[in-house]
Design a protein around this ligand. Structure first.
Ligand code: TXA
Ligand code: MG
Length: 315
């Protein structure tokens, strides 16, 4: 049995970055912001470090993790890029797109990261803190969202602390994340792009950039994205979707002009709504109300990813 750590929140800067990189080199996971959500990062080449992510999160089974890289050369040392994959990376990296690609035999990645699959999920994030941590530690970093397994993803350092206090040593704080939803996950193929998780990079954007059809990866999702369980991102309270007004005991998360407890975007800006979504769910979960209701969100652009997360929260 481990004694509990005390978890410290450190403002992102040169000194905290050095300290975080030392923790990574020592095999400890560190919470760090990306432009999507805060990640719980550890050395992807060290099985003990990767196992420490699973144990801090209380993740029940070994789902494969996303490996974060600082540049394209690092990505190409880990995975094989087909012409389709290269096209998508050229267009959307750095950014909120994760590519599932065949792993290189000599990648050096811990087998735990891929959970036995021949493929690896790779992302080159845009956020300076995550990029600097990869560079400073000199390692590709495995990083799932920095929250207890199955709970709401963190878009602020306080969310990480509320979920993982005593389980990790350090949180690098660089304010709220700009995108607010986890990255899009796509598996490029010669004849089309399989969309395994909707996110900030939409199907229309992938189609336009690749010139290939985008098909939902739902059919054999069990193989391609084993971590995509129906009841992910779940608050502790029941969630009702498509609500037009609050019923008794409900905390209403609104969209557009309507009376509500928290408005995702009074101007019906879907990017703003995505950035606010998990903050709203965290507040609703912590409120005195016993149930949560959410207004309808248009199924267009990043609204597709918002609705994906909401369906999982309600499942
Ligand atoms: O925005 C994000 O992607 C955040 C930040 C921290 O980068 N990370 C994140 O990681 O959401 P995580 O572990 O919560 O989600 C990883 C997803 C899981 O659904 C997992 O099943 C899928 O990626 N995945 C990982 N490797 C895979 C692979 N080889 N094939 C298919 N799916 C894979
Ligand atoms: Mg997660």
């Amino acid at each position: 049995a481990h004694s509990a750590f005390s978890t410290k929140i450190c403002h992102y800067g040169a000194e905290s970055l050095r300290e975080a990189a030392l923790l990574i080199r020592a095999g400890e996971p560190v919470a760090v912001p990306t432009e999507t959500v805060y990640g719980l990062a550890a050395d992807a080449t060290d099985s003990n470090a990767v196992a420490a992510i699973y144990s801090a999160k209380g993740r029940p089974s070994f789902n494969p993790l996303i490996v974060h890289v600082a540049d394209r050369a690092m990505a190409e040392s880990l995975a094989h890029f087909s012409p389709q994959a290269a096209k998508l990376a050229d267009r959307f990296w750095p950014g909120a797109l994760t590519l599932v690609l065949p792993a290189q035999d000599d990648s050096g990645l811990s087998p735990l990261v891929m959970a036995g699959l021949p493929t690896v999920a790779i992302r080159l994030p845009a956020h300076p803190a995550m990029r600097a941590l990869i560079r400073e530690s000199g390692r590709p970093l495995a990083a799932p969202s920095a929250n207890r397994s199955g709970s709401i993803s963190p878009t602020r350092a306080e969310h990480v602390l509320a979920s993982l206090n005593g389980k990790i040593r350090m949180i690098l704080d660089e304010g709220p994340t700009s995108e607010g939803l986890e990255s899009t996950i796509a598996a490029p193929r010669a004849d089309g792009i399989r969309l395994l998780r909707p996110g900030p990079v939409t199907a229309a954007m992938l189609e336009e950039a690749s010139g290939l059809p985008v098909v939902a990866g739902k059919a054999d999702a069990a193989i391609e994205a084993p971590g995509q369980m129906a009841s992910h991102y779940a608050p502790s309270k029941p969630v009702r979707l498509h609500a037009l007004k609050a019923e008794k005991d409900e905390y209403l998360i609104g969209f557009g002009l309507m009376p509500c407890h928290f408005n995702l975007s009074p101007d019906t800006d879907l990017h703003e709504a995505a950035a606010q979504l998990f903050t709203a769910l965290h507040l609703a979960d912590a409120s005195a109300a016993s149930r949560i209701a959410v207004a309808p969100i248009p199924e267009e652009g990043i609204g597709v990813a918002i609705n994906d997360r909401l369906r999982r929260a309600a499942a």
